[in-house]
Design a protein around this ligand. Structure first.
Ligand SMILES: *Cc1c(COP(=O)(O)O)cnc(C)c1O
Length: 841
């Protein structure tokens, strides 16, 4: 949000409708009439197409621009207010923001859905058809990026001044197609049709250095300083998107950085006649924000990935410092009073060294002062316990790319390890475990350690996860600074994941307990007094049925498979990963298939099994698991002996847009990761809010979901985290489970014998081999417990009223999982950021 650095430039913002007259009404009026006029206006002046050729897509763009206009004065007023009042601001640094479609959400938050529908209808358009034209801004992989987006919604709704900082990837997460049962990746050129929500600020940008070396020099006062002489220079240009709060004037900012060649450098080459070098430089520079890395977990050693991280971090920190120094001429030592910077996982953790560099090299602060400000400003959220997922950078790559930062990290490390030695004298093993520089398998920089040492607060994302953090990957740090460690259980925004995506349930809840619950989700408890009301339960089921029909229609249009909305919808949607155990769900499906084939007279309560999720393109096993799912689906769906009571769908390209259709349609939510592996999960919360009942392990936030819902409204199975550790310590023998379970043996044999692959015994062999010989995620150890639990689910489903009660109680007790609760905790316990109401008058 670079231009904010100069709040006094230009004219007064004229917040209060300085715009009078026809144009002002067109830009700000909230009535259906004003919106209709605004859409007409944009069709002429922004879209520039004659009436005869207008399509719903044109109306989508015109309406989006009209809606953006309506956020504009709220946006300017919000920013102006926190500048004027010198309010403390949260900066949420995240390499991913998985925002989802914006138009519907903005209409909801502005409170003008009805008016927009009416305005479009007057123009001969259907709002739903127009909404469907919006593409997915897929600037994230999954849960982590979606969490960042939910948090922006809550920050604005809770009227907390905030800026989200990230990367404007030209290509987001790939589009997944399924061909012959395999995942095929297609590039996601999301900007090709324009993005009506962003405003670019090409006039303001920051310089980003890269590579080269450092030099010492004496400044005018005779002090020794360090200068970074980069090998390459590029610049970051900001694109700002408004983030409108629900039912409030607050409209915050998401700033995404896009890489450009530095003009002067290119010009220099031009002037000396080296045209090709100039163009080449540009190509290389713009590569930096070209594409999102499609891995759910980081992979080590990609130079461009490090450049992406550094690129958006330095632009963001330079922006923050520049706003800080210009606003009321605040001195640098007030930085932690005015800014709370949160690191969403380690992806932005280079910020610790970069802020030190800016404060020391550019602003000439002394080391101790700079370090004090740095630690007081940063907070770090850890998102994973998987040791292979903890980010490290090989020292050589790091030092070549960021030579000055490596020096600073060595200095931070020396001082830090002195502290460790003072606290734990003689414990050199501890010193090497805690060092910022790892020695195992070639030297590397440990980013989680850097983030922990450089932050005053470190949190996990669910109660269990935060406990395990203190006992495992950050144990030594916890022993050193117990007061730094806390927990903030994740949450999801009920605006998008209930009101927007489940309008039927929203209306029923409004009818039943009145308004107010959407910003105070604990009020859903009010639904509990209606569980014994048969008329209410009937309406509850009708809403779910309508959502299932809506999903069935979509599934049919995409896959050609017909689903019966009276069947149980049993759903697992999330990234494909061995620890999430999609293959465990498949084993249960094959067990049912086997039972039906062996007993032609058998009937089971009919179920539709629905999967969705992307596999990282280089993740061999995850791609085989997709093939397993689709192969089993093809077999089941085509076989009249089984498809009378079971079907299987793999919904391609799971993303936020189609998630809107999926979560509200689920009866059963599959949350079946190996205990101790899923940090929190947020899909589990979206299902619960929408009245699905969970079958799950005691992992991540499932633990708290079960606590809130009540054990009787949750299907629990599987080993606990400590049991998992014990099994592993004792030496896990998967074959023992096969030997003791004839049904399981039969299931694995069906896969191995090619039952689902037209006799091909090779395609799925790696999956079976993995399960039977070297599976760190203990699928077979949990198989029997899971399948028995599923039999219990089937019995429970037969009692319609009992199931409805469970479903209602899940929604009624889901209040804790609102991202509003999570953001309040961050604001109160970590950021010290207070509400600031924005007055438009
Ligand atoms: C919520 C969400 C996720 C995270 O799902 P988990 O079940 O928590 O892994 C991933 N992708 C999308 C599109 C989501 O909306």
């Amino acid at each position: 949000m670079t231009d904010l650095a100069n709040p006094t430039s230009g004219e007064s913002l004229g917040v209060n409708g300085s715009a009078v007259g026809p144009t002002g009404q067109t830009r700000s009026g909230m009535s259906a009439d004003a919106l209709r006029a605004a859409v007409r206006d944009h069709l002429v002046y922004s879209i520039a197409r004659p009436a005869a050729v207008l399509t719903p897509e044109h109306y989508y763009r015109a309406l989006s621009l009209a809606v953006r206009d309506r956020m504009q004065k709220r946006w300017m007023a919000t920013t102006q207010d926190w500048l004027d009042l010198s309010a403390k601001v949260t900066c949420y640094l995240s390499a991913e923001f998985l925002m989802g479609p914006q138009l519907g959400n903005n209409l909801l938050n502005l409170g003008i859905e009805k008016q927009a529908r009416e305005a479009l209808s007057d123009l001969g358009q259907d709002l739903d058809e127009v909404l469907a034209c919006e593409g997915e801004p897929g600037l994230g992989n999954g849960g982590l990026g979606r969490l960042a987006a939910c948090y922006l919604d809550s920050l604005a709704t809770l009227e907390r001044p905030s800026i989200g900082y990230g990367i404007r990837y030209e290509f987001g997460i790939f589009r997944q197609e399924i061909s012959d049962g395999w995942q095929v990746e297609k590039t996601d050129n999301w900007l090709v049709r324009g993005n009506p929500w962003e405003i670019d600020k090409p006039d303001a940008s920051y310089v980003v250095n890269w590579g080269g070396h450092t030099e010492q020099y004496e400044d005018v006062t005779g002090r020794l300083r360090v200068r970074w002489v980069p090998q390459r220079v590029l610049q970051g240009v900001s694109y700002d998107t408004p983030v409108q709060g629900y039912g409030v004037n607050t409209c915050n900012t998401l700033t995404l950085w896009s890489a450009r060649a530095v003009e002067s450098f290119a010009l220099e080459a031009f002037n000396t006649g080296d045209f090709y070098k100039a163009v080449d430089e540009e190509v290389v520079s713009e590569t930096v924000s070209k594409v999102l890395y499609p891995n759910d977990e980081p992979e080590a050693g990609k130079r461009l990935r490090l450049l992406q991280q550094y690129f958006f971090v330095t632009c963001s920190l330079q922006d923050i410092l520049s706003i800080h120094l210009k606003r009321a001429h605040l001195p640098l030592h007030r930085l932690p009073d005015k800014w709370a910077i949160q690191l969403n996982d380690t992806h932005p953790s280079i910020a610790v060294a970069e802020l030190m560099r800016l404060l020391i090299d550019e602003h000439h602060l002394a080391w101790d002062d700079a370090w004090d400000l740095t630690v007081r400003t940063f907070g770090y959220t850890n998102h994973t316990l998987l040791p292979e997922a903890l980010e490290t950078w090989p020292l050589r790559i790091f030092g070549e790319a960021l030579p000055r930062h490596l020096e600073l990290i060595y200095e931070i490390n020396d001082r830090f390890l002195d502290e460790v030695r003072a606290r734990f004298p003689g414990d050199e093993e501890r010193v090497s475990r805690m060092s910022l520089i790892g020695e195992d398998g070639g030297k590397s920089v440990r980013m989680a350690h850097l983030a922990t040492v450089g932050s005053h607060a470190v949190n996990g994302v669910a109660a269990l996860h935060s406990e395990l953090l203190k006992q495992s990957v950050l144990k030594d740090f916890y022993e050193m600074w117990p007061e730094r460690f806390g927990n903030v259980t994740n949450g999801v925004t009920p605006r998008r994941f209930l009101a927007l995506s489940n309008p039927g349930l929203r209306a029923l809840i409004d009818d039943t307990i009145g308004p107010g619950w959407l910003t105070d989700l604990e009020r859903l408890h009010g639904l509990e007094s209606f569980v014994d009301d048969p008329a209410f339960r009937l309406r509850w089921r009708e809403v779910k049925r309508a959502n299932k029909s809506r999903l069935a229609e979509y599934v049919h249009s995409i896959t050609g498979i017909e689903l019966d909305p009276t069947w149980m919808f049993d759903v697992q949607v999330k990234r494909i990963h061995e620890y999430k155990r999609q293959h465990l769900m498949v084993l249960h499906i094959i067990a049912l298939y086997q039972r039906l084939k062996n007993n032609p007279g058998l009937t089971i309560p009919p179920r539709a099994f629905i999967f969705g999720g992307k596999a990282a393109p280089g993740y061999f096993m995850a791609k085989r698991i997709i093939k397993l799912i689709t192969a089993v689906g093809d077999t089941i769906n085509a076989d009249p002996e089984v498809n009378r009571c079971m079907k299987l769908v793999f919904l391609p390209n799971f993303n936020v847009k189609n998630a809107h259709l999926v979560y509200p349609a689920a009866n059963l939510s599959e949350q079946i990761s190996t205990a101790g592996k899923e940090a929190s999960g947020t899909g589990n919360m979206k299902f619960m809010i929408n009245g699905a009942v969970t079958i799950g392990t005691l992992d991540g936030a499932n633990v708290e979901i079960r606590q809130e819902a009540g054990a009787e409204n949750f299907f629990l199975f599987g080993l606990t985290e400590s049991q998992v550790e014990k099994v592993k310590a004792d030496g896990y023998r998967p074959l023992s489970h096969v030997e003791n379970d004839a049904e399981l043996a039969g299931v694995l044999e069906l896969i191995a014998n090619g039952e689902f692959t037209h006799g091909d015994t090779e395609v799925l062999r790696p999956v079976v081999d993995n399960l039977v010989h070297h599976d760190p995620f203990l699928v077979l150890a949990d198989y029997r417990s899971y399948v028995d639990c599923q039999d219990e689910v089937s019995r429970a489903w037969l009692d319609r009223d009992a199931w409805s009660r469970m479903s209602i109680r899940n929604t009624a007790r889901s209040g804790k999982f609102s991202s509003d609760r999570a953001i309040r905790e961050y604001c109160d316990e970590i950021w010290g950021v207070r509400p600031m109401s924005v007055d438009l008058e």
